[in-house]
Design a protein around this ligand. Structure first.
Ligand code: SF4
Length: 335
């Protein structure tokens, strides 16, 4: 079987440890999804991951803390104040957060994320973080998924026991969101200069995003030294403005995973796909996430009863994709 020699040479370069350029990544993103080249691309992503991580797959688990209208009103988010979708605002108490995190730990999660809306009080988040830190194994890595923050707040996160932060410059940030892109970038610089590891993602990918936009997000993550990077599709949450634009296919998501994997080479410690899907895990992703509590992609008050996966379901999916779920704690949340 022959594949396009130009595509073949880009894949060979990545497979032999070379860095591919943004232009080359765009060429890969434009591959016809029913072509031999598509499967060669997925194979290259899969090969890089299995060569670097063996057959080890990882499950992270995220607890959403609050269900509040958020004044940023991102055009894809269930929490957006302007979309008026939240019927009963609320938040988990520190004890409830701890209970959920402990349940995730007992189920075998390899790392924990705590998530709030962008405007959640920082001090309250730190209190919850400290309570979680005390309750779980000292070896359990913790990551914060919160709004933008300062260098002083980064120090407080480290003091409270966090090793990492999930931070993203969303596709069309500042246009589909009311987040100032400059503030977003400032937080990336803050993270780079802090003791916190950066976990990031190209998200939320919709059918309208060009290959160039998607690739730009990958390179931004690489520039800021992300230790885990993922590709995530946009879930069309009914009632949000972007829902009408629909959703990319699982194959398109797998393509974004594979290209991301090639862009990052061996600079990352794990590679993710959101939401958990086998095709993405056959294209270079070896980490997926279980979720509980409120979630911006879900209309259920507790995503564990909605679209969120349990740790057990994630571990089963890893096995289905040919991975052995990691026993113990990830080393991915390290600078
Ligand atoms: S994505 Fe984050 S910043 Fe945007 S509306 Fe939702 S909670 Fe707020």
């Amino acid at each position: 079987m022959r594949i396009d020699p130009r595509i073949g040479s880009i894949l060979d370069k990545a497979l032999s440890g070379g860095e591919i350029s943004a232009g080359e990544a765009v060429e890969l993103m434009k591959i016809d999804e029913n072509s031999h080249e598509m499967y060669a691309l997925m194979s290259a992503g899969n090969t890089l991951t299995r060569r670097q991580f063996g057959d080890t797959g990882e499950v992270y688990a995220q607890v959403g803390i609050n269900l509040w209208p958020c004044h940023r009103s991102c055009a894809f988010c269930f929490f957006g104040e302007d979309w008026n979708l939240i019927r009963s605002p609320g938040e988990l108490s520190p004890d409830e957060v701890v209970l959920r995190v402990k349940a995730f730990e007992e189920a075998g999660a390899n790392g924990i994320f705590l998530m709030t809306t962008a405007d959640y009080p920082f001090e309250r988040f730190i209190e919850i973080g400290r309570a979680v830190r005390e309750a779980v194994s000292p070896r359990m890595p913790l990551a914060a998924n919160i709004g933008d923050f300062t260098a002083e707040q980064a120090r407080q996160l480290v003091d409270a026991g966090f090793q990492g932060v999930y931070h993203v410059f969303r596709l069309r940030e500042g246009r589909d969101t009311r987040v100032d892109p400059e503030v977003r970038l400032r937080t990336f610089r803050t993270i780079r200069d802090s003791g916190l590891a950066l976990l990031s993602c190209v998200e939320p990918i919709g059918p309208e995003h060009s290959p160039e936009e998607v690739v730009e997000a990958m390179f931004r993550g690489r520039e800021f030294g992300a230790v885990n990077f993922a590709a995530m599709w946009r879930v069309p949450v009914p009632g949000t403005p972007l829902a009408a634009k629909g959703k990319i296919s699982e194959v398109s998501l797998a393509k974004a995973v594979a290209v991301t994997r090639l862009v990052f080479g061996d600079t990352i410690r794990s590679m993710g796909v959101h939401e958990p899907r086998v095709l993405g895990m056959r294209a270079g992703a070896n980490s997926i996430a279980a979720e509980a509590g409120p979630n911006p992609r879900d209309t259920a008050e507790d995503t564990a009863k909605g679209i969120g996966y349990s740790v057990e379901a994630c571990r089963n999916l890893l096995r289905e994709a040919g991975y052995t779920p990691l026993q113990g704690y990830t080393k991915a949340f390290q600078k």
